[in-house]
Design a protein around this ligand. Structure first.
Ligand SMILES: [Zn+2]
Length: 591
């Protein structure tokens, strides 16, 4: 394939990868897995110009053939990998590009898989038989909203551990209800329901778009498609109540009743139903059950975006999204302003750490398996087929280890899990300067202070002394700062996928994350330098964890400890001195 030829270009040929090229409609670019106008293509070029283009998705070859660049047209080019680092810029710049694409879990997974494919990762399907090889790099998705990517060490042996970074793709947002139609009133509104614990007052007076995935059934061919959709212009808004009608709002706070106050206005009814252009047309395409569940205007917006007839839309998972682009801000360009930092920062940084640690050179002699797992549904408890409490992790580890060891190996799955290590990466609370009293004074993380190790004695985080030490040590060896967090003793503690992951799998786990403010707001903020800190730290984890793990013996060494350790020796001496003949009694004295 031409794309493979492009991938094999040597570094000396100055391989240039152009990212997120918006292909003009005139090219007829169309892809069944995503919206036709929103799809991106990889463009591989050498210094003479464009070599080839390739999209991602199940039928890349077909798309490839139709997406060739017409002669004579120029395309902006960027040095680096998709969502990677521009020359002279930190990683934060690549993060902003990623965030602007990743409006929903579906788009986040799509963006992640694009980057993986561009770096030679092969796509797997969980329904197929797998044949994996040492040194191989693979990824697969589940429900298109969660994904797993892994690179097998060239020196992998049966029983080697997996070094895993887990993160989540979802964020709190208003999601559209199954029946969005609101009858009556002067405005066309949409019924929405809360997803997760959002700071809902921040969604008022924002310019909102709609995005997610749609199931489309062609009325002409009866074919069914799964499409991603992203209406990125401001099509609706949840207005606040004027202060003249809510005099106490500043002193008493804004009290949001989601059911009553959060329905966004899509249009005035006079424009939606009276205007010539948007007038409800009873064409064949528009008829059907969907029309009664949703206002025709909403269906038309979605249909126009993905290039189908409104009547072909048979179902969807859609959410409201902030249309304001993510940006670098602050006097020193030191902050990232965006929605969904929790937890797309972890998705982005773990992705790039894995890419750094899975070059041919890095994998050649490596032990074990390096893996990222991006789960859905963390914000609502992780209990789903694509969530961390489901079977995704155990399925992945068991299956990958079995595929790498076709001959039966005693205790393979259990040995693999006991040798594995997971970093549960999720955002942390930075010290809020205007609310400093809400933080534990000796454990108040700061932005730009490096990844935060999260502790909680009641296991709301999975961290313990050993896993914290390991992670801290890797950071110190990589030369990046590390911080510690524990919540005030008079305050409840949040949680992450960490305790769920370690409970389900028995894998040693540490909870970490970059420090941010405004968590679960529509617009959050984190430190730009921490993106580099996280990528460096997690890269070191992938490269060096297994070596470090060999030096710290925790389990399986009691016998050795009895022989070597002074405490154990004196304890056994005590039992002898007491002339206790019975072993049970000896244990009583040997405390
Ligand atoms: Zn989170």
């Amino acid at each position: 394939m031409a794309s493979m030829r492009a991938l094999s270009l040597s570094r000396a040929e100055s391989l240039v990868v152009s990212t997120r090229v918006a292909l003009p409609r005139a090219w007829g670019f169309h892809h069944p897995w995503t919206a036709c106008r929103d799809v991106s293509a990889f463009v591989w070029a050498n210094s003479d110009g464009i070599v080839t283009t390739r999209s991602v998705g199940p039928d890349s070859s077909r798309v490839h053939a139709r997406a060739r660049k017409p002669a004579g047209r120029s395309i902006g080019r960027r040095r680096g990998t998709p969502y990677g680092r521009r020359r002279g810029m930190g990683r934060a710049d690549g993060l902003v590009t990623y965030l602007n694409d990743a409006w929903t879990p579906y788009h986040a997974v799509f963006a992640t898989c694009e980057a993986l494919r561009a770096r030679g990762y092969e796509e797997l399907d969980e329904r197929d038989a797998w044949s994996l090889r040492r040194g191989g790099k693979y990824f697969y998705t589940r429900n298109a909203s969660a994904c797993v990517a892994f690179a097998v060490g060239g020196g992998y042996e049966a029983g080697d551990g997996f070094v895993i970074v887990g993160a989540h793709t979802d964020s709190p947002c208003p999601k559209l209800k199954p029946n969005t139609r609101v009858d009556g009133g002067g405005d066309v509104r949409i019924r929405v329901q809360p997803y997760g614990g959002g700071l809902w007052h921040t969604w008022f007076d924002r310019d909102l778009g709609i995005a997610g995935r749609v199931v489309v059934k062609s009325s002409k061919t009866n074919e069914v498609f799964h499409r991603l959709v992203k209406i990125d212009r401001a099509v609706c808004r949840i207005p606040t109540l004027a202060i003249h009608l809510d005099r106490g709002v500043n002193s008493e706070g804004m009290k949001v009743n989601f059911q009553q106050h959060m329905a966004p206005i899509l249009a005035t009814r006079s424009k939606a139903e009276g205007g010539e252009e948007t007038k409800e047309k009873k064409t064949e395409d528009d008829r059907g059950e969907e029309s009664s569940r949703h206002h025709p205007l909403l269906l038309k917006l979605i249909a126009d975006e993905i290039g189908c007839a409104p009547g072909d839309i048979v179902d969807f998972d859609l959410q409201l999204c902030d249309t304001q682009p993510s940006a670098i801000g602050g006097a020193q360009r030191e902050f990232v302003y965006s929605g969904r930092l929790d937890n797309l920062v972890s998705c982005y940084t773990s992705l790039h750490a894995l890419l750094n640690a899975s070059t041919d050179e890095a994998l050649e002699k490596a032990s074990g398996v390096r893996m990222i797992m991006h789960f859905d549904h963390e914000e609502v408890g992780s209990e789903s087929s694509s969530g961390a409490a489901g079977a995704m992790t155990t399925d992945a580890i068991k299956r990958i280890a079995a595929a790498l060891n076709p001959e039966a190996v005693e205790g393979l799955d259990e040995r693999t899990r006991r040798a594995s290590f997971c970093v549960s990466s999720d955002m942390a609370h930075a010290l809020h300067p205007n609310y400093a009293d809400r933080h534990e004074p000796a454990h108040a993380p700061k932005m730009h202070g490096g990844l935060v190790i999260k502790h909680n004695a009641n296991q709301r985080y999975a961290t313990d002394a050993v896993t914290a030490f390991m992670f801290r040590e890797l950071g110190e060896r990589a030369g990046v700062p590390v911080q510690e967090f524990v919540v005030r003793s008079d305050t409840g503690c949040g949680s992450t996928i960490g305790p769920i992951f370690s409970t389900r799998t028995g894998i040693r786990t540490v909870d970490v994350g970059a420090a941010q403010l405004s968590m679960h707001s529509i617009r959050e903020v984190c430190g730009a330098d921490d993106i580099d800190h996280a990528v460096t730290h997690l890269t070191a984890l992938f490269l060096h964890f297994i070596d470090l793990d060999r030096t710290l013996i925790v389990d399986g060494a009691i016998g050795a400890l009895c022989r070597r350790c002074d405490v154990f020796e004196s304890a056994s001496q005590m039992s002898l001195d007491a002339s206790v003949p019975d072993a049970d009694d000896a244990r009583t004295y040997a405390t």
